[in-house]
Design a protein around this ligand. Structure first.
Ligand SMILES: CC(C)(COP(=O)(O)OP(=O)(O)OC[C@H]1O[C@@H](n2cnc3c(N)ncnc32)[C@H](O)[C@@H]1OP(=O)(O)O)[C@@H](O)C(=O)NCCC(=O)NCCS
Length: 184
């Protein structure tokens, strides 16, 4: 995903929510039943946040590093998050630390791209990634945004597919700017 790879390695997969933005009448695809309810999350010791007010960026950076993303400059993370339309993170109440994070940037009307979907390795496999993605997609769809895209590493395709994402819809391929491939 953005900021994860350097562009010398092409991002291989471009996924898009099934409803293309050129559809005349947008079809609401909001998920009504979450796999884990907010109440259940609370009972398991997790709190969801939708702002960065209580988010410790060093802790977030540590999760990025723990999952193999490069460590980023805290000022740049702050700037990126300030330019983010929707974000969601889960805090583990026992430690007060963030354990899962996801965000989306976009134009607020037609298009959004999801970035930085991460779950602390110690908390993976508990459903938290799905918890965040379900709600993030729901929020975007409820705003009327129908073109929701993300970049997926091949090993994570199976995580995104059941959430409604498809690779290369209608043969459409994602492209990223690569200085390496630029003709001079
Ligand atoms: C990918 C990631 C966000 C998934 O979060 P998670 O909390 O571990 O996943 P969940 O527990 O919510 O899993 C939800 C479902 O997806 C499945 N799943 C999780 N990771 C998967 C993977 N890599 N491939 C296929 N299925 C996967 C789970 O089995 C579960 O299935 P179920 O609903 O049938 O039980 C997390 O593993 C992570 O942070 N990975 C490292 C960072 C990364 O690669 N991010 C994505 C960059 S494109």
């Amino acid at each position: 995903m953005l900021l994860h790879g350097n562009f010398t390695t092409p991002l291989r997969c471009f996924l898009r929510h099934p409803t293309p933005h050129r559809t005349a009448t947008p079809t609401p695809l909001a998920i009504t039943n979450y796999s884990i309810s907010d109440q259940e999350l609370t009972s398991r010791g997790f709190t969801l946040h939708r702002t960065i007010t209580h988010l410790n960026l060093d802790d977030l950076n540590s999760i990025f590093v723990a999952v193999g993303f490069p460590r980023r400059h805290p000022d740049k993370i702050r700037t990126a998050l300030e330019h983010t339309d929707s974000l969601l993170w889960a805090q583990y109440e026992k430690t007060q630390k963030p354990v899962a994070f996801a965000r989306a940037t976009g134009d607020g009307v037609f298009n959004a791209i999801i970035w930085d979907v991460v779950v602390d390795p110690s908390f993976q496999g508990l459903g938290l990634g799905k918890v965040l993605m379900e709600r993030l997609v729901d929020e975007l769809v409820n705003k009327g945004i129908n073109n929701i895209a993300l970049y997926s590493e091949p090993r994570v395709l199976g995580f995104y597919r059941p959430l409604g994402f498809v690779a290369d819809p209608d043969g459409i391929r994602g492209m990223v700017y690569s200085r390496k491939g630029k003709k001079r």
